[in-house]
Design a protein around this ligand. Structure first.
Ligand code: TMP
Length: 211
């Protein structure tokens, strides 16, 4: 059986990824295709516990490397328990964040060295890389305003300052420039419908069935 398609959405907090994941999954479903929708961190039961640990505002003393290792542990569980079995069964997987989040947040944001992070990503997800990554790009100033308007409480990562998010955004753009065939940058300041239309157009252009 042919391996399924692995699609990932990336971007800074508040960029609208989660909405786009949902809309794309609904689009596949409307066309009669089942998809596996998942996220990092927290795509599995164990990952849910790691997510709690990572994002709890009281865990501010976590070291940068320990943080990176926990994201990698979440990913190893996620890949082994959910992503790889689904892809091997020929299913399409749509994932909210994957390895590029580690390079952008822990690398660009925290300054952890990229060699260490590259090794971690490879250990957590050996030979598993997305077929397509949509980077929803938006200035952090705009994303932060959206987050504040939407939520009653912010988690540990969302509480980072603007400079942190500027570095994360810049790293995403650098990663996208390095892999233009795999990584598509979309302007996330367009309407939700317009971003969704561009996602579908792009997939359609790659001959993904009927999208
Ligand atoms: P979410 O709110 O988009 O689900 O993501 C949770 C937070 O985790 C978000 O602030 C980004 C962060 N994150 C990392 O710092 N490194 C990673 O590898 C992943 C997957 C997420």
């Amino acid at each position: 059986m042919q391996r399924g398609l692995f699609i990932v959405f990336e971007g800074i907090d508040g960029c609208g990824k989660t909405t786009q994941v949902k809309l794309l999954a609904e689009r596949f479903n409307k066309l009669g295709q089942d998809v596996v929708v998942t996220r990092e961190p927290g795509g599995t039961r164990i990952g849910g516990q790691i997510r709690e640990l990572l994002l709890h505002p009281a865990n501010g003393e976590i070291t940068h490397r320990a943080e990176a290792l926990l994201y990698a542990a979440d990913r190893a569980q996620h890949v082994g328990e959910k992503i790889l079995p689904a892809l091997r069964a020929g299913e399409t997987v749509i994932c909210d964040r994957f390895t590029d989040s580690t390079l952008a947040y822990q690398g660009g944001g925290r300054g952890v060295d990229s060699e260490f992070l590259g090794c971690l990503n490879e250990l957590a997800a050996p030979n598993v890389s997305p077929d397509l990554v949509f980077v929803l790009d938006m200035p952090p100033e705009v994303a932060m305003k959206r987050l504040v308007g939407k939520k009653s409480a912010v988690d540990r990562l969302e509480a980072e300052d603007l400079q942190f998010y500027k570095r994360v955004r810049e790293t995403y753009l650098v990663l996208a420039r390095k892999s233009p065939a795999r990584c598509k940058v979309l302007n996330a300041q367009m309407t939700v419908e317009e971003v969704h239309r561009q996602v579908c157009n792009y997939l359609g252009g790659l001959s993904v069935e009927q999208l």
